[in-house]
Ligand binder design. Structure first.
Ligand code: TPP
Length: 623
């Protein structure tokens, strides 16, 4: 790598001429393809922003100037240019480079991201702080057209457009979320891209408009209105101009000289500026360019062919959910499904194909998705919303206020519950029990395996209140999935194994760790109860209290933080029942969890049968 090897900071790339920068762009693409084909990661988004990132670092002076990357999944190029080349092969590995910006990792990362649509808010915060502190630097937000569909982005545009702070928003428009873009904003951007006036200079249009004669007040008024109308159609980006931004673009996002010119221009402008850049997701690698959705976030693949490396594993929980919901929808026409730009990730794409008129992809708009679903339910339909645990975090009020307070019967599928692996702390789903458990009428359940998931989804539609079902990002356990649907009685736990010495309580697939631990403990002379809790809300009080009293010792285990989690719920119950003297140990997380393979994270943080055995022996006084 002739040029890449020589880049230790953005200052080095400022010395390169255009042909050298183009050569560097090719080297960066090769490096990213090499590493992502081995480690997995966000390939297509990064291949699309190579020239854009080079131009940004050529024009701006980081870390003095601040670049805030929206979502942050497209920062591999930025990492390669900011002194992380040597560690790049450790990308997303345990103790390796993170897949998202991380302030701890580098002074060039000014804001940690991972969730969408936050960049303009953060950039405006930096800009305002700069103004108040009378400092002098540029602030740039880089936001994708997908992330621009999130409500927060508009809240920030609305605020920024009404401030006089200098701020540059780069809209990286590649016509894609993970899947092809949906929604009115995407249609608007498409209009700009394809308008016949595409390369017409805004100045020309305005000069033309100025020449419309003004005769008399009425005519002038009419002409004014007409001007606005004409301007709307002729001037690209009028919507942004109306919001108070200076619009520059659209610019070919793979043309470094053009990008450099427009960024220099943006630097000179006063107030908020929006630079509209058109890029091609997956650029430079045919498999990713042809299938940008598959290569958005991808596991290891064969780089020569783009073939994904797949193992013959049992179906994932997500797949079982997707299949189940299609089966249920085939029997019941009132079932409708909602996703927030995650159709493939949540297993709902099959539903979308089979029942297009009952499927809603609302864009990266979790809050809207949930309030929309609440009304669908109140109007007599049976909506299921599937979202990753981590993304429910931004729509708590919609679940609590719009769904639960009105007892709207919505089924909430909580996918990716528990640690999710390489995407790390911004994506782990380890808080949902805490925040959902507080809602009085929200039934919260978790299946111990993929078979139970199927029957829980079926049962959820039969209960008379909102229901949330949490399941992890992993393959099932390979258990047999019973064909006929089975009703799981609401609030009933399952006693899987009886013993007198100790009670092990698991929530979700960790129940099998309890079973393994119980087997090992049996060899060591300790007889354990194993409870598959199934429901946190409502808790199976009768069963828990009976077994707790019998054994006097309890261990709870959950793929979740301890604070407010399942173990806390058990402790609260015991306290309410006056059973304060029982010995209880809780296994779960105590903090944010780093990135790395799920198996390593479970090992490191004690979500293992070995750890249950260790804790059990201690509890039972075995030295
Ligand atoms: C709040 C939130 N919801 C969903 C996601 C999952 N997600 C990550 S990237 C992405 C698509 C982003 O599209 P865009 O901003 O256009 O970026 P591109 O990958 O196309 O460059 C989605 C939906 C997320 N990170 N945050």
């Amino acid at each position: 790598m002739h040029f890449l090897d020589r880049i230790t900071s953005p200052a080095d790339l400022k010395k390169l001429n255009y042909p050298e920068l183009e050569q560097l762009a090719e080297e960066i693409r090769l490096e990213i393809i090499n590493v992502v084909s081995a480690n997995g990661g966000h390939l297509a988004p990064n291949l699309g922003v190579v020239e854009l990132t080079l131009a940004l670092h050529k024009v701006f002076d980081c870390p003095k100037d601040k670049i805030v990357w929206d979502v942050g999944h497209q920062t591999y190029v930025h990492k390669l240019l900011t002194n992380r080349r040597e560690q790049f092969s450790t990308l997303r590995k345990y103790n390796g480079l993170a897949g998202f910006p991380k302030r701890e990792e580098s002074i060039y990362d000014c804001f940690d991201t991972g969730h969408s649509s936050t960049s303009i808010s953060a950039a405006l915060g930096f800009a305002k702080a700069r103004d108040i502190c009378q400092e002098d630097y540029h602030v740039v937000a880089v936001i994708g057209d997908g992330a621009m569909s999130g409500g927060m982005a508009y809240e920030a545009l609305n605020h920024a457009g009404n401030c006089d702070s200098d701020l540059i928003v780069v809209l990286n428009d590649n016509e894609m979320f993970i899947s092809p873009h949906v929604g009115a904003m995407s249609q608007y951007l498409n209009k700009i891209r394809t308008a016949p006036m595409y390369d017409k200079k805004k100045k020309d249009v305005e000069r033309f408009l100025k020449n419309i004669p003004k005769i008399g007040t009425t005519v002038a008024k009419a002409a004014g209105k007409a001007k606005d109308g004409i301007k709307y159609f002729l001037v690209p980006g009028m919507l942004f101009e109306e919001l108070g931004f200076t619009y520059l673009g659209p610019i070919n996002g793979h043309d470094i000289p053009a990008l450099e010119t427009v960024f220099k221009q943006a630097k000179q402008k006063k107030g908020p500026v929006l630079v509209h850049v058109i890029t091609c997701k997956g650029k430079g690698y045919e498999p990713a360019r042809k299938n940008p959705d598959i290569f958005h976030g991808v596991g290891p693949f064969i780089k020569e062919t783009g073939e994904l490396i797949k193992k013959e594993d049992p179906p994932t929980y997500t797949q079982v959910f997707g299949k189940t919901i299609c089966e249920l929808a085939a029997r019941d026409e009132s079932i409708v499904a909602v996703t927030a730009a995650m159709g493939s990730g949540t297993g709902l794409n099959g539903f979308g194909k089979e029942f297009p008129e009952r499927f809603f992809d609302v864009g990266i708009a979790e809050q809207h998705a949930l309030t929309f679903a609440a009304a669908l339910a109140l109007a007599g339909l049976k909506p299921v919303v599937s979202m990753y645990s981590t993304f429910y975090q931004r729509a708590y009020d919609q679940v609590l206020h719009d769904i639960c307070l009105q007892n709207a019967k919505v089924v909430l599928a909580i996918d990716r519950a528990g640690v999710v692996g390489e995407d790390g702390p911004t994506h782990h789903g380890i808080f949902d029990i805490s925040f959902f458990r507080a809602i009085p009428n929200l039934t919260l359940m978790a299946p111990k395996d993929e078979n139970e998931l199927k029957h829980m989804i079926y049962s959820a539609f039969t209960y008379n209140n909102p229901v949330a079902v949490r399941y992890p990002r992993s393959n099932g356990l390979g258990v047999k999935i019973k064909e006929e649907f089975e009703l799981i009685p609401q609030g009933k736990a399952e006693l899987l194994q009886e013993g007198d010495d100790l009670t092990l309580i698991g929530f979700g697939p960790v129940v099998y760790l309890c079973l393994d631990a119980a087997k090992e403990l049996q060899h060591r002379g300790i007889k354990a109860n194993v409870i598959n809790l199934r429901f946190i809300n409502p808790l199976d009080k009768t069963l828990i209290i009976k077994q707790a009293k019998k054994t006097g010792k309890i261990i709870t285990i959950e793929d979740h933080v301890l604070s407010g989690g399942m173990g806390s719920a058990i402790l609260e119950l015991l306290q309410q029942e006056g059973l304060n003297n029982l010995a209880v140990e809780r296994i779960g997380y105590n903090n944010y969890i780093e990135h790395g393979p799920i198996s390593i994270l479970h090992q490191v943080h004690g979500i293992t049968s070995t750890n249950i055995v260790k804790v059990a022996e201690k509890l039972c006084g075995v030295k």
